[in-house]
Write a protein that binds this ligand. Structure first.
Ligand code: ZN
Length: 372
């Protein structure tokens, strides 16, 4: 080939190919960037505080009941009574008037259809599965580190956490330090969580099936999609293990979350709450132990779901934190699942006298990822 022919080949084939490759790489990197697969999307600076909402009077809250037909459900009558009781409790404890805009019941599948796929994919990496026996020690260490991370984050005194948790561990023994505690908490959550994989639902299949509906991390991410509600009430069990910080009380319950407040981009209040009725309306051996009650009456069921919802609304409306062990306060989290003891001790006047800094508006900083 003559020199000038080589130049023609170079300029007509090689140069366009290089340009095309560069363009393709740029397009691919942009796609990664916008589709949230890149780790750049989860930098600390992407997590910003949710603003404290400015409340109208009354505060209008959109409510939906989300049903999984595999499980025992709540009736329309029960839901109405739960909301009536909630507005009573919110008025009593937070001196604010709320009205509910009750939307049409929906299925758990429809709710989860709104979870953005990219967010789901990213968040799924945080789920710890204990079914995979191949990675036994690795899984154990991952859970233990997750608990240690959360303890460090919460900044409570080590002895108070040890005192709080020790009576409820599966192996009751003297705990001398945080390392021993995290080991025992790991054993406890693994054994109690395992229980659900063996429990059968109404359809004869395990309560924890292959669906994503029990995973807390997905519930916590629903507000990044199209979620036109401030309140979601469900009969779904939310029980799971994550590697990004497991709270001590959740470990003792075997991974159960009774309620949660988190970000919602489609709410003027900046967030939404969900409440699960599963552990209140279903009776079994583990529930009897965690609740210290075998079963609840109709009135107890309504009261405990309403009080849980009120607690979550305290986080949503005022960003209140947890005054741990302040038994008169509704913002004190339910120890284990002792709903009866928790509810019976609530006393708004006694709580106000404590003047807890945890009950000042904005006491807790709640964050969301601006890139999602
Ligand atoms: Zn709470």
């Amino acid at each position: 080939m003559k020199n000038h022919q080589k130049e023609v080949v170079y300029s007509s084939i090689i140069i366009p190919s290089i340009t095309l490759s560069v363009i393709l790489v740029i397009v691919f990197l942009s796609w990664l960037f916008f589709h949230n697969i890149s780790p750049y999307q989860d930098k600390p600076e992407h997590w910003l505080p949710i603003s404290l909402p400015e409340l109208q009077n009354p505060v209008v809250l959109r409510v939906v009941y989300v049903e999984n037909s595999r499980f025992k459900s709540l009736t329309e009558d029960q839901l109405k009574k739960i909301l009536d009781k909630t507005s009573e409790l919110v008025s009593e404890f937070f001196s604010v008037e709320v009205v509910f805009d009750y939307k049409k019941k929906t299925s758990i599948q429809s709710l989860f259809d709104n979870l953005p796929l990219d967010v789901k994919k990213y968040q799924s990496q945080k789920i710890v599965s204990i079914e995979d026996e191949q990675s036994g020690i690795e899984t154990f260490n991952k859970i233990r580190n997750s608990i240690a991370q959360q303890i460090k984050h919460e900044n409570n005194s080590e002895q108070s956490i040890i005192d709080y948790a020790t009576p409820y561990l599966i192996d009751y023994k003297k705990i001398n330090n945080i390392e021993e505690l995290t080991t025992e908490l790991t054993k406890t959550i693994m054994q109690r969580y395992q229980y659900w994989t063996e429990q059968l639902a109404n359809d004869g299949k395990p309560v924890l099936d292959a669906s994503p509906f029990n995973q807390w991390i997905y519930w916590d991410s629903l507000g990044y999609g199209d979620l036109p509600y401030e309140i979601v009430i469900t009969n779904q069990l939310v029980a799971s293990i994550e590697d990004n910080g497991m709270p001590v009380h959740t470990c003792l319950r075997g991974g159960i979350t009774g309620g949660n407040m988190t970000f919602n981009k489609h709410s003027e209040l900046g967030g939404f709450v969900f409440v699960s009725a599963f552990q209140i309306i279903n009776d079994n051996k583990l529930m009897s132990y965690l609740r210290e009650d075998e079963t609840y009456t109709q009135q107890q069921t309504i009261n405990y779901i309403a009080a849980t919802l009120t607690h979550e609304l305290g986080h949503l409306l005022f960003h209140y934190a947890h005054p741990f062990n302040a038994q008169s306060c509704i913002m004190n989290p339910t120890p284990l699942l002792h709903y009866r003891q928790w509810f019976d001790q609530l006393d708004v006047k006694k709580c106000q006298q404590l003047n807890s800094p945890m009950l000042k508006p904005g006491a807790v900083t709640l964050k969301y990822n601006v890139k999602w």
